[in-house]
Design a protein around this ligand. Structure first.
Ligand SMILES: NC(=O)c1ccc[n+]([C@@H]2O[C@H](COP(=O)([O-])OP(=O)(O)OC[C@H]3O[C@@H](n4cnc5c(N)ncnc54)[C@H](OP(=O)(O)O)[C@@H]3O)[C@@H](O)[C@H]2O)c1
Length: 324
């Protein structure tokens, strides 16, 4: 089968389209014929050797996909060849086929398209876990989302609205903010030239944001923390801007606020039952049309590097997917 291979950590351009042996399902695993793979920032970090997990080389990148089960290993119940699934390989999705533990796969109903399913699990799973399970976002609270037009960001905007929060979306261009408005944002801030803290204060009559969803990091994190309300929650999601911020502890004390780490991949390992129940409930919301992934671009497998570069180059919005 064809697969994208990372043979050495480094620039994305090192990735090659290779012929590799078809995967075989071992006990507890299924093999998925990949129709669509979702592209995520951590994929790019992993290929560059900048991610917390460094798979043994060579490896096939890609942390999520949707497709059809082609075979099941010993002991697998709940899946059979022909089933439509969304799955979370660790990694391996940028390929025509991938084997995944059955515990990392979810049946999807016919009404969910493969691109929507491939664009859903990782971003909506992360954003729901952050906002609801960790952040306890409540109806009527104000949610500030940084990087709001990106993968986890736009999912957070939609989830915030679904939960009845007032959503302030922050992003770096008018086009990105327009997309956020079309996805339900109540107010927007262009943080490429507006003062984040001052604008949040202005939009909340001086109170500040109750929950801050931060997948960007860099200098924006401290500015966002300074715009946090009394008893607010700053959710540390990621560092797309590159720099890992250091926060003045006095600000946390003075605001009586919490800084909360959100690592969805570890949630699935540490609390597998709660995680799986949460994902099954989220897939129902996807099927019901309550949450609608925005797929902004589709690339063929051979152009996976371009797909990843769209994220690194900050030109992607919503989700980018790869079709095999
Ligand atoms: N904690 C978890 O469990 C978890 C799970 C998934 C992802 N993440 C992390 O969340 C972050 C976002 O992931 P994603 O898949 O949503 O990525 P994405 O779709 O590329 O979105 C990232 C957003 O960050 C903003 N950004 C600011 N500076 C940037 C820079 N120098 N380069 C690229 N983007 C920049 C961009 O918006 P503007 O141009 O508007 O600023 C962009 O929309 C990553 O750090 C990722 O590792 C964490």
């Amino acid at each position: 089968m064809k697969a994208i291979q990372c043979v050495a950590f480094g620039p994305l351009e090192n990735l090659v389209l290779a012929d590799v042996p078809d995967p075989v399902a071992e006990a507890g695993e299924i093999v998925v014929q990949v129709k669509t793979a979702g592209v995520n920032f951590p994929d790019a970090l992993m290929v560059q050797g900048k991610y917390q997990v460094k798979p043994p080389l060579p490896f096939v990148p890609g942390l999520e996909c949707a497709g059809v089960v082609s075979s099941v290993g010993a002991g697998v119940t709940g899946f059979k060849p022909g089933d439509r699934v969304a799955a979370l390989p660790n990694p391996g999705a940028f390929a025509e086929q991938v084997r995944v533990p059955a515990s990392a796969a979810f049946l999807i109903p016919d009404k969910i398209t493969f691109p929507a399913a491939a664009a859903f699990l990782l971003t909506y799973g992360t954003s729901w876990y952050g906002l609801v399970t960790r952040g306890h976002l409540a109806a009527g609270e104000t949610l500030l989302v940084l990087g709001a037009s990106g993968g986890v960001g736009l999912a957070a905007v939609q989830i915030g609205k679904l939960l009845g929060a007032r959503v302030i979306a922050a992003a770096s261009s008018a086009e990105k903010l327009d997309l956020c408005m079309r996805n339900g944002a109540d107010a927007v801030i262009d943080y490429s030239h507006e003062d984040l803290k001052a604008r949040v204060r202005e939009l909340t009559n001086g109170k500040g944001a109750d929950v801050i969803f931060d997948p960007v990091g860099g200098d924006f994190t401290e500015a966002a923390l300074r715009s946090c309300a009394w008893r607010g929650r700053l959710l540390v999601i990621g560092f797309a801007a590159g720099a890992i911020p250091k926060l003045p502890a006095n600000l946390i004390l003075l605001k009586g606020c919490s800084v909360i780490g959100v690592l969805w991949g570890s949630y699935s390992v540490q609390e597998p039952e709660a995680y799986r129940a949460e994902m099954l409930a989220l897939i129902k919301r996807l099927a019901a049309g309550e949450l609608v992934p925005h797929v902004s671009a589709t690339y063929p497998l051979a152009r996976s590097v371009d797909a990843l570069n769209a994220l690194i180059g900050r030109s992607a919005t919503g989700k980018v997917v790869i079709e095999t």
